[in-house]
Write a protein that binds this ligand. Structure first.
Ligand SMILES: *[C@@H]1O[C@H](CO)[C@@H](O)[C@H](O)[C@H]1NC(C)=O
Ligand SMILES: *[C@@H]1O[C@H](CO)[C@@H](O)[C@H](O)[C@H]1NC(C)=O
Ligand SMILES: *[C@@H]1O[C@H](CO)[C@@H](O)[C@H](O)[C@H]1NC(C)=O
Length: 526
């Protein structure tokens, strides 16, 4: 039975734990399948270790059982005829000798620790476990998938995400952590939904295991009651508390506590959910508007393309957005991954002044070329720059960079523009056009979407997406190009992006800016 004081503490501290920010995650469990593979292997190792421990424990139990049996036999023999038993010299001798020494040895044996090695093994492996931040990140990634693809509790029970049935399902404890996260972010109705599913999945026969795992159903009831109070549904809150034996007698003081100490909801700019207009385009229910645009082989822009025309698909004429197919060979893709992957670091972007709480992007990124890059990677980079030139007919300067970006499950990029618009100085002018190579298939999710145009481009290996961020001759920033990346559900999405700058085009594309500004101008002017 929980005391009211401990309930009170529980009621107010539940899900308010903060990450220990000074220990950054050392592994990329979300973005790197290889790191998750290590975890899986470690899990397997720990499970064998647990089995060894059980064996050791069992063999001790067997020895103890034999002792109990052996010691019980004479006692049973003596039962009801103790006087007679004790007059037998064999029995007297045995009893005294036995009582003098046997129990001492048994006590020593009982005290011997079992499975010291296995316990040491787990302790030693603890440094390889995901950190609290990793677990929170995984929960957040899953939250994004849930929100963007509108996954409901009953879908999760059946492993159904955005129309795809996944093997496996999630446990009561998993539901609790999702409920707690939704509560923390002020989404009380969703939180209540997940907590109810958690309670449905609680198996009474697992009670002792839940205890070991630090999971108490009273916490779920408390949090569920708080959700109802936050939604001004006091009657539901009361009923929730009344239905738990430990909480029933404290329900009134708990209700008034929840009334007086409302949960501090996150402010608008800390809200984690991607906007609904974004989410709707990501879902499989969204279909691009049928267009009159055709696929064709574009062989006009360079001698290279006249020899090897690329299949081009026009997605939009204004703004100009096209997809080229089969631009890079498998060998080239493998080569870029070989040189780029060792350079990958966190490329998460956070909104300013929000303690990085809201993540605009969750991915790994690397710039190429880079000092640390394997020099044998230069030829493939040169080939790619030339391919971009051939494809787009635009000029690439000699200090051009490519950015490799890798999204794991739940990895996303909120709406943004690629143009810089003077937010930092750049000598080659603004990013006039963007070229995005897809180096892997995201099996599910991970599309690139243009929210204003309601256009979805699935991430498919070998494709290249190309668009202009500025309008034709005026070079006005084209805000219709606002775009983002849907959370990846299954697989890893790797893209290579390149920005083509306006000043590099000065000899092929004369620019007229309204207001009579002469091109080229110094970027500091504008
Ligand atoms: C689901 O599991 C079954 C049996 O383990 C397996 O045969 C099947 O391929 C799995 N399906 C998916 C989509 O992973
Ligand atoms: C071929 O591509 C270039 C550069 O993207 C473009 O300017 C041109 O209009 C395209 N040609 C055709 C026939 O679509
Ligand atoms: C570009 O920056 C200027 C000055 O900060 C601002 O007024 C303008 O709205 C920005 N344009 C876009 C499209 O963001």
């Amino acid at each position: 039975m929980l005391s009211f004081l401990s309930l009170l503490i529980l009621a107010l501290t539940v899900v308010q734990s903060q990450p220990d920010t000074n220990s950054p995650p050392s592994k990329e469990f979300i973005a790197s399948k290889a790191h998750r593979m290590e975890l899986l292997l470690l899990d397997r190792e720990l499970n064998s270790n647990l089995e060894e421990y059980i064996e050791e424990l069992q063999s001790k139990i067997e020895v103890l059982q034999r002792f109990a049996e052996m010691f019980r036999t004479p006692l049973e023999e003596a039962k009801g005829r103790e006087e007679e038993y004790l007059s037998n010299p064999l029995h007297s001798f045995r009893l005294i000798r036995h009582m003098h020494e046997d129990w001492r040895h048994v006590e020593k044996f009982m005290r011997q620790p079992v499975g010291k090695n296995q316990i040491k093994f787990i302790k030693g492996k603890a440094k390889e476990f995901p950190l609290k931040e990793d677990a929170e990140e995984a929960t957040e990634a899953f939250y994004r998938i849930i929100r963007t693809y509108d996954v409901r509790g009953e879908d999760l029970v059946h492993g159904l995400i955005d129309g795809v049935r996944y093997n496996g399902s999630i446990s009561a404890i998993d539901f609790y952590s999702l409920g707690a996260l939704h509560f923390q972010w002020g989404e009380y109705d969703k939180a209540a939904q997940f907590l109810s599913f958690c309670l449905d999945l609680v198996e009474p026969e697992y009670h002792s295991m839940y205890n070991v795992l630090g999971f108490a159903s009273s916490e779920v009831f408390l949090l569920l009651a708080r959700c109802f109070m936050e939604m001004d549904q006091e009657e539901y809150a009361r009923r929730t508390l009344m239905s738990h034996p430990d909480l029933a007698e404290h329900s009134e003081p708990l209700l008034s506590l929840f009334t007086n100490k409302k949960h501090a909801k996150l402010s608008e700019d800390l809200q984690r959910a991607l906007p609904e207009e974004f989410n709707q385009i990501c879902r499989s229910s969204h279909q691009n508007k049928p267009s009159r645009l055709h696929c064709r082989y574009n062989a006009t822009s360079s001698p290279f393309l006249r020899l090897a025309p690329l299949r081009m698909e026009e997605l939009s004429l204004d703004p100009y957005i096209v997809v080229y197919h089969n631009v890079l060979s498998d060998a080239e893709i493998a080569e870029i991954k070989r040189i780029g992957e060792p350079l990958l670091i966190r490329a998460g972007l956070g909104k300013k002044n929000t303690n990085q709480n809201y993540k605009v992007r969750t991915a790994l990124g690397a710039w190429m070329p880079d000092d640390k890059m394997d020099a044998s990677g230069w030829p493939v980079l040169h080939r790619i720059f030339r391919r971009i030139r051939d494809m787009t007919g635009l000029i690439m300067n000699s200090h051009q960079f490519l950015q490799l970006i890798k999204y794991g499950f739940g990895g996303h990029y909120d709406r943004h523009f690629d143009f810089i618009n003077g937010s930092f100085p750049i000598t080659q002018g603004d990013r006039m056009a963007t070229v995005l190579f897809y180096l892997s298939d995201a099996r599910h999710g991970g599309s690139t979407i243009f929210t204003h145009l309601k256009l979805k481009v699935p991430a498919e290996r070998g494709k290249v997406l190309f668009w202009y961020n500025m309008r034709g001759e005026t070079h006005d920033l084209d805000t219709r190009t606002i775009h983002g990346a849907c959370p990846v559900i299954d697989g890893t999405k790797t893209v290579l992006s390149c920005w083509i700058h306006e000043f590099d085009q000065m000899f092929i594309q004369p620019t007229y800016r309204p207001g009579g500004r002469v091109f080229p101008y110094s970027p500091t002017e504008g």
